[in-house]
Design a protein around this ligand. Structure first.
Ligand SMILES: Nc1nc(=O)c2c([nH]1)NC[C@@H]1CN(c3ccc(C(=O)N[C@@H](CCC(=O)O)C(=O)O)cc3)C=[N+]21
Ligand SMILES: [Mg+2]
Length: 300
């Protein structure tokens, strides 16, 4: 049996269509144009492409898009000053500072400077707390996108065994909170977990978020399981020519696709959902800032 390939790219397109509808309603019924500010430090080409994609999609759904490109050697004080200015700017409902930042800048300090009401990554302690106890607010983008794909694939997650491989603040931990809310039985495994392959073999749902190319093998997957591959790893691809690269996930896709019931590809799986959920969070924050109830189809 070959797994169903979960098409995150087209799901994200549909989600952006719904987001465009919410933008239109906020504009016509409330006079609000949701605005997203993206800040990038330095000129890493991959980061540039990625930030340009965000800006393009933000504009496509009808939101205002503000892009700030700071030089690689910008001081921490200057970046903090920009964040404070954006905190105060009424046209801005979401602030994202692209990570990682250069070493002269303390990322924790930058995150702490973002006012929680505009923290569309859900990185600030206040929003992590809200997510954990189920209060309305932005929801971590990659976990939210993954949850939307899982619900679409499985309907209810109630009682299913979910194994998350990876315990990062960005993905593993918030993912665990969201799956618990949906009544899954959640295990968070990581690099120190004993008998990791056996732990994963018990999973109805596998969330691979370790950041190690193709680490999770096909024979770790329970037949019929749903596999969400969060990893985005660029590896050498000499078969494409000297110096060429390709993207692979944290799951050995060619093996896992023969065993799983459904699986996300890389690229075209979780990645596009992450960006769409960033836009969804901007609708959520724009709504909450203006005392409106956020649309329920854009959150967990
Ligand atoms: N404050 C902050 N928030 C982030 O959410 C954030 C960040 N910093 N820093 C960088 C990482 C990385 N990230 C990606 C999102 C989507 C794709 C994506 O759409 N990937 C495409 C492939 C893109 C390609 O071909 O290179 C896909 O998977 O299909 C990739 C990477 C968000 N990040
Ligand atoms: Mg990863």
């Amino acid at each position: 049996m070959t797994a169903k390939i979960i098409d995150g790219k087209s799901f994200a397109e549909g989600l952006r269509g719904r987001i465009a509808g919410h933008v239109e309603r906020l504009k016509t019924e409330h006079g609000i144009t949701p605005g997203l500010a993206v800040v990038i430090v330095g000129h890493d080409p991959a980061s540039q492409v990625y930030v340009s994609n965000k800006a393009k999609q933000t504009a496509e759904v009808g939101m205002a898009s503000f892009k700030y490109e700071l030089p690689e050697d910008v001081s921490e004080a200057e970046l903090l000053e920009l964040v404070r200015r954006l905190n105060e700017d009424d046209q801005v409902h979401g602030i994202l500072v692209q990570l990682p930042v250069p070493k002269q800048i303390n990322a924790d300090k930058v995150i702490e400077a973002i006012v929680p009401s505009k923290d569309v990554d859900c990185f600030t302690p206040a929003n992590v707390g809200k997510l954990t106890i189920g209060l309305p607010g932005p929801v971590s983008c990659t976990p939210l996108g993954s949850l939307m794909l899982l619900r679409d694939q499985l309907g209810s997650l109630e009682g299913l065994n979910a194994v998350i491989v990876g315990r990062s603040n960005l993905v593993g931990k918030p993912m665990a909170q969201l799956l618990l809310r949906d009544n899954a039985t959640v295990t968070v495994a990581h690099s120190r977990t004993k008998n990791l392959a056996d732990v994963v073999r018990g999973a109805d749902i596998v969330i691979a978020a370790v950041g190690r190319p193709e680490m999770i093998r096909g024979d770790w997957i329970k037949p019929g399981a749903t596999v969400i591959d969060v990893g985005i790893n660029r590896v050498p691809a000499p078969e494409k020519g000297e110096g060429k690269t390709r993207l692979v996930g944290d799951v050995a896709f060619a093996e896992a696709v023969e065993v799983a019931g459904a699986i996300t590809p890389v690229p075209g799986g979780v990645g596009p959902m992450t960006i769409a959920c960033l836009l969804a969070n901007t609708i959520t924050t724009a709504s909450l800032i203006n005392g409106l109830v956020p649309p329920s189809d854009l959150t967990a």
